[in-house]
Unconditional design. Structure first.
Length: 248
């Protein structure tokens, strides 16, 4: 355990699995107390137990990020919060010509509305306390480029990037840094079925100059950096952890 975030309190949405879980573990390892937010209590308690076993501090708040009242309640219960990581998100790929409107709406709700509601809830309280803070949204390389079958996902992550930059400009005078981390494909429960498709996995690696998908730990390390005082002069930035995908 290091002490880069000692004395800080971080709230992580989507903390039960994937990048959210990885971010929560890394933040705790850096010394932060962590509030874990997601819809599944069982998953959150498993992460909290893991953090506790390693000597960290974690608490659980069950909430749906798309529900304004639930996310407000979770943030209020966790106060005071110094760091927010918005890792709740999902993807439902499919050809645009036949893409279900219900899936489009779901991705917009979770990836965009959920990100905004969490940022607003934490940001409002930071402003009221006149306290600086750090917000890290979880975007994607798809917030910069396009990819076949991912029109909805790309649209939501482009929106997250725009939201991040707008909040950064608005809140910088109040000492609140707002940045995004934008990973390439990472092997998580969400991407595992996609990467199991050998043709798809080969296409992904072909587009990566490094030839390798990112690890959860690599993305989590970038999140810890953006949440720390080392990134004090960094705001409104989208940090790519993408193996060079967007450098082509």
């Amino acid at each position: 355990m290091n002490s880069a975030l000692e004395g800080r309190h971080a709230l992580v949405t989507g903390a039960g699995r994937g990048l959210g879980r990885g971010a929560a573990l890394a933040l705790a390892d850096a010394g932060a107390a962590v509030t874990l937010v997601a819809r599944s209590r069982d998953e959150l308690e498993a992460v909290a137990d893991e953090i506790g076993t390693d000597g960290g501090r974690a608490r659980v708040e069950v909430a749906d990020v798309c529900d304004e009242e639930q996310i407000e309640r979770a943030v209020a219960a966790a106060e005071p919060v110094d760091i927010l990581v918005t890792a709740a998100g999902l993807n439902r790929p499919g050809p645009s010509a036949d893409y279900a409107t219900a899936d489009w709406d779901l991705l917009m709700d979770v990836n965009v509305r959920g990100t905004f509601l969490a940022c607003r809830a934490v940001g409002r309280r930071l402003l009221e306390r006149r306290a600086g803070g750090r917000i890290v949204t979880v975007s994607s390389q798809m917030g910069v480029v396009g990819y076949p079958g991912r029109a909805a996902y790309c649209a939501t992550k482009h929106a997250v990037n725009g939201l991040t930059k707008a909040l950064a400009v608005e809140w910088a005078p109040h000492g609140i840094g707002v940045n995004a981390v934008a990973p390439t494909f990472v092997r998580t429960p969400m991407t595992a079925p996609m990467l199991a498709d050998l043709d798809f996995a080969a296409d992904v690696r072909r587009r990566l100059p490094t030839g390798e998908v990112a690890t959860v730990e690599e993305v989590a390390a970038a999140i810890v950096y953006l949440a720390s005082d080392s990134a004090r002069s960094v705001t409104g930035h989208v940090l790519a952890v993408d193996g060079g995908w967007t450098a082509w």
